[in-house]
Structures are given as structure tokens and as C-alpha cells.
Design a protein around this ligand. Structure first.
Ligand SMILES: Nc1ncnc2c1ncn2[C@@H]1O[C@H](COP(=O)(O)OP(=O)(O)OP(=O)(O)O)[C@@H](O)[C@H]1O
Ligand SMILES: [Mg+2]
Length: 1043
């Protein structure tokens, strides 16, 4: 059910979103109207919103829509999107919200829906119903497979409107029938079919219209839009003024210009809803026939009976178009057959009755054609799969009608509205009460008017107005409208809601005719004129005409007038009973569904936009029962919401509930209420919902929320910024990792290259090392280079410093040659350095050493010993030194200088007796002095003639060979010289005659004695101790120590 279905499985979100706008454009929900009892405040709220083009306002879940009379840009795809995405109260009130709410309840909760649209003629009911269908079509845009059905649903309207709508003084496109349309949905929520029920077509319009109004659109459309061939076939002229039924159409050029194009649209729509060419032709045959029927003229014969002229073209056209017998038709138009209990009597008709019969035929044909059309639409709209599909029903039905003169039609229409109000009360109050019970809140009885009493007044069996009307229609005798009125006056006089002329107060009596009665409807008093009630209720079509029609070759007409109908003797139900039954069926249908209400209001009677006529609107507010609606809705509490939703929206208003409340939502709301300091009677806590009594309380809460929003915005902003920063950080981190990866890759590659190179170098080094001694090649080239450089560097620091240091660092193979060169060069270098550093004395010494080497090395075994010590000039004791000086000063020639002096042992030549002597060497001669006897000169031998013999052993034997010329010295001199090599070198250095020395390696040496004739023998041996002495054999035995 609509208004009070707040406890549905899917909670309805808040209307609170727009609460803060209320000052600008009024409240968007009347329940929040502070002064809810005031009609003025109500209308003012509507007006304020209307001025801002806000044509929709809620009363709870009832939508009040004010006709804008202009196209507002609020029905585009953007709005469809908005409303399909937001919950009911989240977006501003809109017909789309109602449609979406119904659609979602059906789709998600499988609850069948109906949308009841009511309002005065021209208030926008049909437009609203179209908007709903359009919304559903757009909402299910994504479901491609239902495209054809949607197209049919949309296209059913032009056909229905063409045949069922007409221009009235209130609405240029007024629906002259009630319509209930079911849209069936499949499990996906796609529309798969539909069904239409039509109510009470205003068929009287076919034969006559009020001044300024028109017949149904289709007549004009056919005449304006039908091509020449069609019109020709139908025997029609393109001029409505030629036909009685359409001639009073007035001069409405705008409509006329539309008719032609509308006709094309209707043809197209018929194609869409599968009305084939043959059916279309037959339909237009019927429409044309009706126009011809209207033009039938009767003449009165001499008996006062009606007759059709023989050459009447109209009847001929009709017979041709409908395929019926011309004479039969003419007879049926002028005669009436009555079957009274088996007695079949045919009687001619008076002119008046013939006229009546003719019009009745036209009305009946049109009415049945319309019903056939609806059934045709329905068979086209049937879903292909015959499942039981849930439906959304849309009821577009006339609202309460109050004219100056109200007749049978208004009675039916207003009865219908009473029934719908009853349904509304039943459903809303019941559920309101049930909700209070469910929520455990004490029910406070609401003052409201229950219109059940009026429904009963009208429809109660045997006692109601309908019962009296039917009774009058059926009773034998001559029932009239007035007899019907009298009956009502008699039986219903005591009823509170029936006012007859008699019962009315004086004031009412003045304005009320005697043929009128007044009903006190829930929406107000309506006075009905009984004239025509019975006739309209009887809806009489004479049997003869029905028979002719049933024989028509036009299949539609034949179907509409079946044989059984006119043969059936039982009277068909009266019009009002049929209507009552269909209404009761409708109520049954609606009872099983959840209703939503759209209450349409027109802002003025001029059919123009922008004008808000308070009086006109107030009248509608009253007759739509909107104040009653609001009162019921506001009786208890202005606002109620499930705890979850209330808490969700307002939780930021208490520290205890922000940001999240851990306990139950009810406890959370309790905390909130404490924080908001609600007064005792301002609210009630239900089991699942919070009920707030006054709008003010809610507004205050909402205002507090709006103020708090800034804080929330800051929090959201900070979180958002944080999130953004984090996202940026993550991107940067990812980028950094990528860069890092590449850098690492690069470094790793470089490192690998380095290692590879190193390994190669090492490998080459090892190879180089292995092949270092081979010829230079690629492998060992480097190694050798390195080895060279290393060796050179090392060499530079480890060169031998001393001339005698023969050490030399080992060298690699490759440097061998260089090493040798260098070694040599270095030796030469330090030798040269050494040499350059020598003083003359030393130089002399070395020259002598060199000489010693050249003479003795390898030749005399004591050479090695002589090597180390420097050669001395004096080998005498310190005692001997002055003696020698004395000798040289006294006995030596002046040009001689002493070069060397040494103690020696002289062995004489015969006995080899040893004698101590001192040997002096000057630059010219050798002197031998007696070492003991004061240096007595024993010999002076000139150096340059002497020859010297030494052994190769270690002994110190020196034999000085004296040339024979000097043999006065008695033969060769045999000496034992302590530093033999030194002494010999001194001598030879002076003489420069190295050839004068001979070194003998024989075991014996001969020496000459005196004159060279006697020869002595010196034996040389080695052994220990070393000695030189005469042997037993008389030879001189030299024992040389072994080295
Ligand atoms: N929402 C709307 N937007 C624009 N124009 C509208 C709207 N609703 C109604 N109208 C205008 O008002 C006219 C009358 O509307 P509509 O035919 O729906 O009235 P109705 O209530 O169905 O009347 P009736 O009872 O006579 O059929 C429309 O032809 C259209 O011009
Ligand atoms: Mg309408």
C-alpha cells in the first residue's frame, strides 16, 4: 500500500536531503507543513512551488502533480538516470520517483503494484500515465529483448486516444473513457506484455456534443487524413460539417491541422500493434458508416410513422460498407419487434423513436468497436510466453466531476471516485493502524470521514440508488426518471448523505430543481438531474437493429453483435450495474496490489501555463480529498523512519554515535535524541522506527545536520587528500622501484662485465704465467709486461750498492737479456762510480791488485789470501823503521826512494842456513840488509835485471835470479818473504817487467849457486806445518801449507 508502506523490506531512504531548501520553495512533502490543517497553507505551498516550476509535491508517498501546461525540461534521459539511481525520497518529488518506486518494489520484492492517477479533466492524468510508461521503457532500455513490447505499449496510446479521446471545453485531448492498464514484467524486470481494461466510454458523444466540443478524434482524423481513394470507397467528403455527428465541431484550426498528421500516426501505431490492413479497412468502414448513420433522414408517413426514403444514399452506403441487407436495415431503423413471452410483435416507430433508434445504433456500434479495439490491443500485447507475470497497473480514470448540471455520467464517475476513496481509506488507515500496533505505539484515533456510508447509499443491494434505478428500469408499467426520483425520495429521505428537494433547506431548495437530488459525497455536495437516467441506464438498442448488425459481413461488426445476443431473451445488465460490477472487479484487482497515488491538479481553467488560480486549485484540493489525505497522514506523526536510516543520516550529531555506533540502531537513536534534547511529547520510539510528531523537531535536527556538514566535509576532505597523496606516493614508489630496477640492472651488468673482464684478466694472467717463458703472444703479453715492470720497479730498489756486491735480483724469463745487460751496465756503473771516487793512492793499490791478479790468480795458491788486505809499503817492526831511515838517508843514492821494506829470511846457498834480513826496494834497486847487525848492506841488486821465481803453492819462497854478470853475489837469492805476492808486485810495479816473474808448479826448482855452475835443488811439497828448511838430502825442502 502506498502512503504508509514505510516498513518495507527495502527501507525507503530519506526525504531529508532537500529539507534545507524548504524556505525557498516550500516543503516538498506536505507532511512537513507546519499548518497542516489549513487549506490555504496547502494551496500556498503548491503555488510557491508552481512558480518555481516545481510541479510535483508529496503527501507522504502520494504525489500531487500540478499541470504545467508547458513542456518542462524534466523528462529527459538525465532525469531517468537520476531517478533510477536514487531512492524515493533522495531526489525531488517526481512522477519518475513514483514509477521507479513501483518498479523496484515489483522487481526486487515481487509485490504487484498499481498507480492510481486521478484528477479533473485536463489536470494531466493521461500525460502522467504516459510519463510512467515512458519512464519504464527508458528504465529498461538495456533489456533489448523487450523492445517490441515496449514499442507496442507506447503505440497503444495514439490508437486509444484517437478513438477514446475528444476535444472538450476543458481539455483538447480529453479521455472519454476510464482506463486501467496492466504492464506485465518478466523475472528480469523487462516489460513483456500488457492488458487494458476500459471503463464507461462516453458514447453519447458520438451522436451529440456540447457547444464547443467535438466528437471523438478519429472521425475528424479520417476525414482530414484519409487519402482520396479511401474517402471515395467510404463515400465520404473531406468535410466534417457535412455530417450531423461532426458538424458542430466549431472552427478550431489548430486541431484541424493536427488531424491529418495524427491520422498517419494512428495508422502507423495500428501497424505496430498488429492491426492488419483488412482490420483497418473494416474499422474505417465502421467509422464511415456511423457518419452515414448520423445523416439518415426520416420522413413521417400518413400513419405518423417514420420511414426512410427509398433513394436514401446514407442507408445504401451503410449497407454497402457493413455488408448488410439494405431493406432489412431500413426496416430495422423504422420498426421495433418485441418478444413478449413468445408473442413476437413488430410495430412501426414514430419519428422520434426512429431518431432514437438510429442514434442508439450509432452509439452501440461505436462503443462496441472501441471495446473490440481494446481487445485487439490486448491480444497484441499478450506476452509470448504465458507465464504468470507480476504487473504494474496504471489507472487513468476520471476524477470527481461537479458541473452545473450533473447527469448519469457524473453519477457513475463520482461513484467510481467514492469506491476508490474507500479503497484508499481502507488501505492507508488499516496499514497506519497496523504499523502503530507493530511498532508498539499507542494508537491515537484519527478523525476522518469514512465514506463507506456513501458507497452503501449508492450500491447497497435492494436499498441503494443503483438498486432503485435498476428496479425502475425493469419494472412493468411506465417508469420515468421522475418516478425513479420519487422512489429515492421516499426510501432514502432519512439518509444523511441523500438530500431530496423536500428534505433540502430553503437555500438549497432555491437552487435545486424538482427533478434533482443531491448526494453528499466525501469530497462535497453534488446535485444530479435525473433526466435521462433511466434511458441511459437501459441503454436500449432495438432487437431488429441488433439482428441486422449480427448479419453484417464486416467481421468486426459481426463479432460485436453476436447472434446469441439478440436471440437471448434475458435482459442484459443495465449500464449502471455493468459499471458497478466492473468497478467491483477493479477494486478487487487493486486490493491485491500495492497502490501509489498520483493526484493531478490543473492550475487554471484556461488551459495555459504560468497561471495559478487559487480558487480553481482550492476546489480541486477539496474534491480530490487532499486535505483528508494529509490529515490521515499527519494524524499521528509527521515523520517516521526506521532507526537505521535516521541514525545513518544524523549520527554525526552526537559524539556517542559518530562515526559508528556499535550497539543496536535503536540505542543509537536514543543516544542521538538525548544529544538533540527532544522533548517528551515530540517523539515516540517504536520497535523499529522513530516517530517524530512535529515537523519543527525534524527541521531543527536537519539544520543542525547541515551545520555539521562542514565538519564532515573537512574529515572527508582530509581522508580524500590522504588517499590522493597515498595514491601519488604509490605511483612514485612504483616508479622509483622501476628506476631502481633499471639502475640495479645496469650496475649488475656493469659488475658482471667487470668480473668477466677480471676473470679474463686473471685467466690471461694465469695463462700468461704458464706461458711466461715462451715466446710472447696475446696471452702472455700482458703478464710479461707486468712482470717486466714489476721486476724493473723491484730492481730499482734492490740494486747492489757496492762494487763487490755481486748479488742481482732474479728476473723473469723475458727480462733475461735485459737483466744481463743491466747487470753489466750496473756493475760498470758502480765500478765507474767507484773508480771516479778513488784517490791516487788507492788507485795505485788497485793497479797493483790488478797486476797481482793477472799474475797470480789461479797460479799461486796463496793468491786468495793476498787479495783482501791492501798492499803495505812497510812490513818492518817499529824498531827497525829508524834503522831503515838511517840506511836510506846515509847509504842510498839520492835519486832512489824507498818503495817497500820487509823482513825476510834468506837461505844461504850452500847449507840453506836461514838468516834474518830486511829487504828494501827502491825505485831502482833491491837492497838486502842484515837485519840483526845494524843493517849492514849485504846485496844491492838493480831491479831491472832481476828475474823472480816463486812456487805455485802457499809458501813464501822467492828465488831472485841474478844475471851472471852480477854473480859476484854468489848465485841466486833464496828468500822466504812473509807477504810474497805484495813484495813481488811492488817490485814488478816498479820494473813493469812482469815477464821477469815465473811461477813454477814442479816439485823441485833448481837454482844456481856461484857463477851459475853449481846447481842447488829446492823441493816443494805440501803439508803441515809449513816450513822451509834444509832436508837431509841436502836440498832445501819447502813445505807449503795446504790452503
Ligand atoms: N506534465 C505535463 N507537462 C506538460 N504538459 C502537460 C503535462 N500534464 C498535462 N499537460 C497538458 O495538459 C493537457 C491535459 O492533460 P491530460 O490529457 O493528461 O489531462 P487528463 O487529466 O487526462 O484529462 P481528461 O480527464 O480530460 O482525460 C495535455 O494535453 C498537456 O497539454
Ligand atoms: Mg486523460
Amino acid at each position: 500500500m502506498g502512503e504508509f508502506q514505510l516498513d518495507r523490506a527495502v527501507p525507503k531512504p530519506t526525504m531529508e536531503k532537500n529539507l534545507h531548501n524548504r524556505d525557498v520553495v516550500g516543503v516538498q512533502d506536505f507532511v512537513l507543513l507546519e499548518n497542516f490543517e489549513s487549506e490555504e497553507a496547502f494551496v500556498d505551498n503548491l503555488k510557491r512551488r508552481y512558480k518555481e516550476n516545481l510541479i510535483y509535491t508529496y503527501i507522504g508517498q502520494v504525489l500531487v502533480a500540478v499541470n504545467p501546461y508547458k513542456n518542462l525540461p524534466i523528462y529527459g534521459p538525465a532525469e531517468v538516470k537520476e531517478y533510477s539511481r536514487s531512492h524515493f525520497f533522495e531526489a525531488p518529488p517526481h512522477i519518475y520517483a513514483i514509477a521507479d518506486n513501483a518498479y523496484l518494489s515489483l522487481k526486487d520484492e515481487h509485490r504487484e503494484q498499481c498507480i492510481l492517477i486521478s484528477g479533473e479533466s485536463g489536470s494531466g492524468k493521461t500525460e502522467s500515465s504516459k510519463k510512467i510508461i515512458e519512464y519504464i521503457a527508458a528504465r529498461t532500455e538495456h533489456l533489448r529483448n523487450v523492445h517490441v513490447v515496449k514499442e507496442k505499449l507506447l503505440q497503444s496510446n495514439p490508437v486509444l486516444e484517437s478513438f477514446g479521446n475528444a476535444k472538450t471545453n476543458k481539455n483538447e485531448n480529453s479521455s472519454r473513457f476510464g482506463k486501467y492498464m496492466d504492464i506485465q514484467f518478466n523475472y528480469e524486470g523487462g516489460p513483456v506484455g500488457g492488458n487494458i481494461i476500459n471503463y464507461l466510454l462516453e458514447k453519447s458523444r458520438v451522436v451529440s456534443q456540447v457547444q464547443g466540443e467535438r466528437n471523438f478524434h478519429i472521425f475528424y482524423q479520417l476525414l482530414a487524413g484519409g487519402d482520396a481513394n479511401t474517402l471515395n470507397r467510404l463515400k465520404l467528403e473531406n468535410n466534417p460539417e457535412m455530417y450531423n455527428y461532426t458538424k458542430d465541431c466549431g472552427k478550431n484550426d489548430t486541431l484541424k491541422s493536427k488531424d491529418g498528421t495524427q491520422f498517419k500516426a494512428v495508422l502507423k501505431a495500428m501497424d505496430t500493434i498488429e492491426i492488419g490492413k483488412k482490420d483497418q479497412d473494416e474499422i474505417f468502414d465502421i467509422i464511415a458508416s456511423i457518419l452515414h448513420i448520423g445523416n439518415i433522414k426520416f420522413v413521417i408517413n400518413e400513419n405518423g410513422n417514420a420511414e426512410v426514403l427509398n433513394h436514401d444514399a446514407n442507408t445504401e452506403n451503410i449497407a454497402k460498407l457493413l455488408g448488410c441487407n439494405l431493406n432489412q436495415l431500413r426496416d430495422a431503423l423504422t420498426h421495433r419487434t418485441i418478444d413478449a413471452r413468445g408473442d413476437v410483435v413488430t410495430s412501426p416507430l414514430s419519428g422520434e423513436l426512429a431518431q432514437f433508434a438510429r442514434n442508439a445504433l450509432a452509439k452501440a456500434i461505436y462503443d462496441r468497436l472501441f471495446t473490440w479495439l481494446v481487445s485487439k490491443l490486448n491480444s497484441s500485447l499478450q506476452p509470448t510466453e504465458r507465464n504468470i507475470n507480476p504487473v504494474i497497473g496504471i489507472l487513468d480514470i476520471y476524477g470527481f466531476e461537479v458541473f452545473k448540471k450533473n447527469s448519469f455520467e457524473q453519477f457513475c464517475i463520482n461513484f467510481c471516485n467514492e469506491k476508490l476513496q474507500q479503497l484508499f481509506i481502507h488501505l492507508t488507515l488499516k496499514s497506519e493502524q497496523e504499523e502503530y500496533l507493530r511498532e508498539g505505539i499507542v494508537w491515537e484515533p484519527i478523525k476522518f470521514f469514512n465514506n463507506q456510508i456513501i458507497c452503501d447509499l449508492i450500491e447497497e443491494k435492494h436499498k441503494g440508488i443503483i438498486a432503485f434505478m435498476d428496479e425502475e428500469c425493469l419494472r412493468p408499467g411506465v417508469p420515468t426518471d421522475l418516478s425513479f426520483l420519487a422512489k429515492m425520495n421516499k426510501h432514502l429521505a432519512s439518509h444523511d448523505h441523500f438530500i431530496g428537494h423536500m428534505k433540502a433547506d430553503l437555500k438549497t431548495q432555491k437552487s435545486m430543481g424538482r427533478d434533482e437530488f443531491c448526494l453528499v459525497h466525501y469530497a462535497g455536495d453534488v446535485t444530479y438531474n435525473v433526466t435521462g437516467f433511466l434511458e441511459k441506464n437501459n441503454d436500449l438498442l432495438f432487437r431488429d437493429l441488433r439482428e441486422v448488425m449480427s448479419q453484417s459481413t464486416n467481421s468486426i461488426v459481426a463479432k460485436c453483435f453476436s447472434n446469441t445476443e439478440w436471440q437471448n431473451k434475458k435482459r442484459p445488465d443495465t449500464a449502471v450495474t455493468q459499471f458497478k460490477n466492473s468497478l467491483n472487479d477493479l477494486v478487487k484487482i487493486l486490493m491485491g496490489k500495492e497502490p501509489s497515488y498520483v493526484r493531478c491538479i490543473k492550475p487554471n481553467n484556461l488551459q495555459v501555463g504560468g497561471q495559478f488560480d487559487d480558487k480553481v486549485v482550492t476546489h480541486q484540493v477539496k474534491y480530490l480529498g487532499l486535505m483528508e489525505n494529509l490529515r490521515v497522514r499527519r494524524a499521528g506523526f509527521a515523520y517516521r523512519r526506521p532507526y537505521e536510516l535516521f541514525l545513518q543520516r544524523y549520527k554525526c550529531l552526537s559524539k556517542a554515535t559518530w562515526p559508528n555506533y556499535r550497539g543496536s540502531p535503536k540505542d543509537g537513536v536514543n543516544e542521538l535524541i538525548k544529544a538533540l534534547k527532544y522533548g517528551e511529547d515530540e517523539y515516540r520510539m517504536g520497535n523499529t522506527k522513530l516517530f517524530i510528531r512535529f515537523p519543527k523537531t525534524l527541521f531543527n535536527t536537519e539544520d543542525a545536520f547541515q551545520a555539521k556538514k562542514n565538519d564532515l566535509a573537512a574529515i572527508i576532505q582530509s581522508h580524500w587528500k590522504g588517499l590522493m597523496q597515498r595514491r601519488r606516493f604509490l605511483i612514485m614508489r612504483r616508479s622509483a622501484i622501476v628506476i631502481q630496477k633499471w639502475v640495479r640492472r645496469f650496475l649488475a651488468q656493469r659488475e658482471r662485465e667487470r668480473r668477466k673482464k677480471a676473470a679474463e684478466t686473471i685467466r690471461r694472467f694465469i695463462k700468461g704465467f704458464i706461458t711466461r717463458n715462451g715466446p710472447p703472444n696475446e696471452d702472455n703479453k700482458n703478464f710479461i709486461e707486468i712482470a717486466k715492470s714489476h721486476w724493473l720497479k723491484k730492481l730499482a730498489t734492490s740494486l747492489p750498492k757496492h762494487v763487490l756486491d755481486k748479488s742481482w735480483p732474479p728476473c723473469p724469463f723475458a727480462c733475461k737479456e735485459a737483466s744481463e745487460h743491466l747487470h753489466r751496465m750496473h756493475c760498470n756503473h758502480i765500478a765507474r762510480k767507484y773508480r771516479l771516487a778513488l784517490d791516487p793512492k788507492k788507485k795505485k793499490q788497485l793497479e797493483m791488485k790488478v797486476m797481482a791478479e793477472s799474475l797470480f790468480k789461479g797460479k799461486k795458491k796463496s793468491y786468495q789470501k793476498s787479495l783482501g788486505p791492501w798492499f803495505q809499503n812497510e812490513r818492518v817492526s817499529s824498531i827497525q823503521l829508524p834503522l831503515i831511515q838511517g840506511f836510506t838517508g846515509s847509504s842510498m843514492p839520492k835519486d832512489e826512494t824507498l818503495q817497500y821494506s820487509t823482513e825476510v829470511i834468506k837461505y844461504d846457498r850452500k847449507q840453506y842456513k836461514p838468516r834474518d834480513r830486511v829487504l828494501l826496494v827502491t825505485n831502482k834497486a833491491m837492497y838486502l840488509l842484515d837485519g840483526k847487525k845494524e843493517f849492514k848492506l849485504k846485496h844491492r841488486l838493480p831491479l831491472d835485471v832481476l828475474e823472480h821465481v816463486v812456487t805455485n803453492e802457499t809458501d813464501g819462497l822467492l828465488m831472485v835470479k841474478i844475471p851472471p854478470a852480477l854473480k859476484k853475489d854468489k848465485g841466486d837469492l833464496i828468500l822466504s818473504v812473509p807477504h810474497l805476492i805484495e813484495a813481488v808486485i811492488k817490485i814488478l810495479d816498479i820494473t813493469k817487467k812482469t815477464s821477469s816473474l815465473s811461477i813454477v808448479d814442479t816439485g823441485s826448482i833448481t837454482h844456481s849457486l856461484v857463477n851459475g855452475k853449481q846447481v842447488g835443488l829446492i823441493e816443494v811439497k805440501t803439508g803441515n806445518p809449513a816450513s822451509i828448511a834444509r832436508a837431509k838430502n841436502g836440498h832445501l825442502l819447502v813445505v807449503a801449507a795446504t790452503p
